[in-house]
Design a protein around this ligand. Structure first.
Ligand SMILES: C[S@@+](CC[C@H](N)C(=O)[O-])C[C@H]1O[C@@H](n2cnc3c(N)ncnc32)[C@H](O)[C@@H]1O
Ligand code: SF4
Ligand code: SF4
Length: 381
């Protein structure tokens, strides 16, 4: 099984990215995805939460710290059942989606089990505050987990502790240092470290310091992601109830102050130039900065821009799955019809039937008006 994993892993992400980019439209992508499905080639990207908890409070996120109790967790037993059902078709497994994966006790066991099933690419996003618990740093390296995504907002102590409230800059830095040192001891480049950083005012200034940070902690990629606010609706999968329109948000004033729209066009242009020049230097060191090219178009940073009446088809339900900690499965996160069942209680046949019905809707373009889902190859790689 490990062998199958190794082989596919690395048929590889680059190949996956190039193919995705090469296939210029969702229609063509859909045709290829159908062919892959027919030949049982693993192609699915699964995003999966093992809890609905967090331990900190980021100014832009609706989650709040909560106590960890069994009713907020997917048990390890259930996780194994789930993985047994999906591993053959899964190419990329993200062991987090809307919550904090390290709130799941013994998360290392979950990772080890998924890895043992030969899933080609395994990654998860975390605030990294609990990375030092239960020998997790060693497990990530020893199991050669492909990627660790660290949500990191604020490249100095004051900004970080203000934006990622109740986290600790010093502790996260200590964890990053430990991870870097253990990778060096083991001579390992895995897990690759990607910082998920939200496009906030504080996060794109003083780029020389950001570059120093990237080099000091051996970060592989910094990916800037657009801030999602009430006026750019948050993907429904980021909320527990798919049908709710409620979009709670912390500290609106603080978030407003941090919006990059507070910069003038000239300031943004200058910042972008600065980032570009540093980005070139970093790429010589094998490091990447990914920033939305629409940065200057402040109102157009998220989503697939589907307008009412649109007939544009979408390939997302042909390879993406979102599964919550109770087993609820959906194939996109912007349309309530995309919920196809429960992985623990429904048969795969029943779920496939519902999935196919939704796929037809996606092909006709009649899905998710105001859709805010945005998956491109730079997001998945
Ligand atoms: C909801 S978190 C869950 C995983 C984990 N707790 C973490 O922070 O990495 C997943 C990602 O969503 C991002 N996120 C949360 N609220 C957001 C918002 N309002 N706009 C854009 N990204 C947001 C976070 O920065 C994080 O990278
Ligand atoms: S972004 Fe992640 S760490 Fe921050 S509050 Fe939301 S779930 Fe928690
Ligand atoms: S609603 Fe779902 S299927 Fe439709 S365009 Fe958005 S992501 Fe694609």
């Amino acid at each position: 099984m490990e062998e199958r994993g190794k082989l596919l892993s690395h048929m590889n992400l680059k190949t996956f990215k190039y193919s995705y980019d090469l296939l210029s439209s969702d229609k063509i992508r859909t045709s290829f995805l159908k062919i892959m499905e027919t030949f049982n080639i693993p192609k699915d990207i699964v995003r999966l939460d093992t809890n609905d908890l967090c331990n900190i409070e980021c100014i832009f996120c609706s989650n709040k710290p909560q106590k960890c109790t069994p009713d907020h967790l997917m048990s390890f037993q259930k996780f194994k059942v789930l993985i047994d059902k999906i591993h053959k078709t899964t190419r990329m497994l993200y062991l987090s989606c809307s919550y904090e994966p390290l709130m799941t006790p013994n998360f290392g066991e979950y990772i080890a089990y998924a890895k043992s099933k030969g899933i080609p690419f395994i990654s998860f996003a975390t605030n990294a505050l609990l990375l030092d618990k239960n020998n997790l740093i060693h497990q990530l390296v020893n199991h050669q987990i492909n990627e660790l995504i660290i949500s990191f907002n604020g490249f100095n102590r004051a900004d970080y502790n203000r934006i990622m409230f109740r986290s600790s800059y010093d502790k996260v830095i200590k964890n990053l240092q430990e991870l870097k040192e253990y990778k060096e001891i083991r001579g390992s480049t895995f897990p690759k470290i990607r910082l998920n950083t939200i496009l906030l005012k504080s996060n794109i200034v003083n780029f020389d310091k950001i570059v120093k940070f990237i080099v000091d902690y051996n970060i592989d990629t910094v990916q800037y992601r657009p801030l999602i606010t009430r006026d750019t609706p948050e993907p429904a999968a980021n909320r527990e109830k798919m049908n709710t329109l409620e979009q709670p948000q912390n500290n609106p004033d603080e978030v407003n102050r941090e919006k990059i729209s507070n910069f003038s066009e000239e300031e943004l242009e200058y910042i972008l130039k600065d980032i570009n020049s540093y980005s070139k230097k970093l790429s010589e060191l094998g490091k990447r900065i990914i920033i939305p090219i629409d940065l200057l178009n402040k109102n157009k940073l998220t989503g697939r821009d589907k307008q009412p009446g649109s007939k544009t088809s979408c390939c997302i339900p042909f390879f993406c799955y979102w599964i919550n900690y109770r087993g609820k499965v959906s194939v996109c996160c912007s349309d309530a019809d995309s919920i196809i069942g429960n992985i623990f209680t429904d048969t795969m046949e029943k779920m496939k039937e519902k999935r196919n019905t939704f796929r037809k809707k996606a092909l006709s373009g009649k899905c998710g008006m105001n859709c805010s889902t945005n998956i491109d190859s730079s997001t998945i790689i």
